[in-house]
Design a protein around this ligand. Structure first.
Ligand code: PLP
Length: 389
């Protein structure tokens, strides 16, 4: 059963609610054990197998995953973390919560919205501890270049893989290419749960710190004590309550089993978009040079509007035709809270900032939906004076 969306209304993202999901949630609720327990353990084991890693640590959301990743890699006061400004603000927020300083780097350009390795290296200074990279829209950033930078400067690589569950780089899963990979299971993500997150790592010490920090720094969980695996606990660090609960883990397990098929459906829809809109003058589809040998999660259908087109007018015109759009992302250095961040010129980011537009994308979009979005965009561009064909 697909959730009903009103006719002519095409949301940015959408979820499917069916019997299997409802049954999984119901079973978890009916079990009477709701906080972290056996379903979280099963979900973590399934994630570790899917991503091919030693450790998968489930947490309450993607922001918590990023926060814990920084702390587990011992980023703190006195450290700087280099990250693109064109990412979700949570990445910079958690750097600050860790007591470190975010230093923004540029992207490569309109065709490649991932960080520019050359500029990232230029942003590295004596205090730089980590590079926190994003795989924009599910397209891996240049991991060869980024890994070489990390090795040259002794930096920790943390991957924000919130857009990239199932994406590969040279056949290896995004999220497993650095010290820690972080995922989000927010409702609009490829693996939607509502709220939820995950850290993956092959580093035993990092995994132990992640597990402690997600639950107050305690050395055992209530679940461990309930099933008699522990009777007492120590507190080894001032941690948090970033735990995932059983109902979400049960839903997550079902969604994990559907991820690859859903990613493939997203890829087909993006292809349809490219066919429908490829002839629109000045409209850019980033990442057109993606490799046929890799898998891409296609979290977003992001385009760049033709230069000089007023985005708010386009968004409003599309909205009036029932099509929701968004922007991924307003650059972080434009936000008031980051006005005092160390400034570096970010010309490629500035260049795309006003042109980015995310079109609706979810695995059960129909051809009619894609046509509706395409038509709404072309009409909006024509109205706003662009040379759309
Ligand atoms: C790139 C990126 N990083 C981090 C996050 C934070 O994840 P969450 O919303 O689960 O805290 C998101 C989700 O919105 C995201 O898109």
């Amino acid at each position: 059963m697909v959730t009903e969306t009103t006719t002519r209304s095409i949301p940015l993202a959408d979820v499917v609610v069916d019997e299997e999901l409802l049954a999984a949630a119901h079973e978890a609720l009916a079990s009477g054990w709701w906080s972290t327990g056996p379903r979280v353990e099963t979900f973590e084991a399934a994630c570790a197998e899917f991503f091919g890693v030693e450790h998968a640590v489930a947490v309450s959301n993607g922001t918590a995953a990023l926060h814990l990743a920084l702390l587990a890699c011992e980023c703190g006061p006195g450290d700087e973390v280099v990250l693109p400004s064109l990412t979700f603000v949570a990445a910079a927020n958690v750097v600050r919560h860790a007591g470190a300083v975010p230093v923004f780097c540029d992207i490569r350009g309109p065709e490649d919205l991932n960080l520019d390795p050359e500029d990232a290296e230029a942003a590295v200074g004596p205090r730089t501890k980590a590079l926190l990279l994003l795989h924009y829209g599910g397209f891996p950033c240049d991991m060869d270049a980024v890994t070489a930078i990390a090795e040259r400067h002794g930096l920790v690589l943390i991957e924000d893989a919130a857009h990239a569950p199932g994406s590969t780089w040279r056949g290896r899963m995004c999220g497993t290419l650095g010290r820690v990979g972080c995922f989000s299971f927010f409702s609009n993500k490829n693996l939607p749960v509502g709220e939820g997150g995950l850290c993956v790592t092959n580093d035993d010490d990092v995994a132990e710190r992640l597990r402690h920090l997600r639950s107050h720094g305690m050395t055992s969980l209530t679940w461990d004590r309930h099933r008699g695996h522990a009777h007492a606990y120590d507190v080894v660090a001032p941690g948090f309550n970033y735990r995932l609960d059983e109902v979400r883990a049960a839903v997550g397990l079902v969604q994990l089993g559907r991820l690859e098929e859903r990613n493939a459906a997203r890829a087909r829809i993006v292809e349809r978009y490219r066919e429908r809109l490829g002839g629109v003058e000045g409209l850019v589809f980033p990442f057109s040079e993606a490799s046929p040998d890799e898998v891409y999660a296609h979290h977003l259908a992001a385009v760049l509007l033709p230069e000089g087109v007023g985005r708010p007018g386009v968004q409003e015109a599309m909205r009036s035709r029932g099509v929701q759009t968004s922007v991924h992302y307003p650059p972080i250095h434009h936000f008031s809270a980051y006005a005092d961040a160390p400034t570096r010129p970010l010309p490629a980011t500035e260049d795309v900032a006003g042109r980015l537009l995310s079109l609706p994308l979810y695995p059960h979009m129909t051809e009619d939906d894609v046509e509706g979005v395409g038509e709404a965009l072309v009409t909006a561009l024509a109205r706003t004076g662009s040379a759309a064909r």
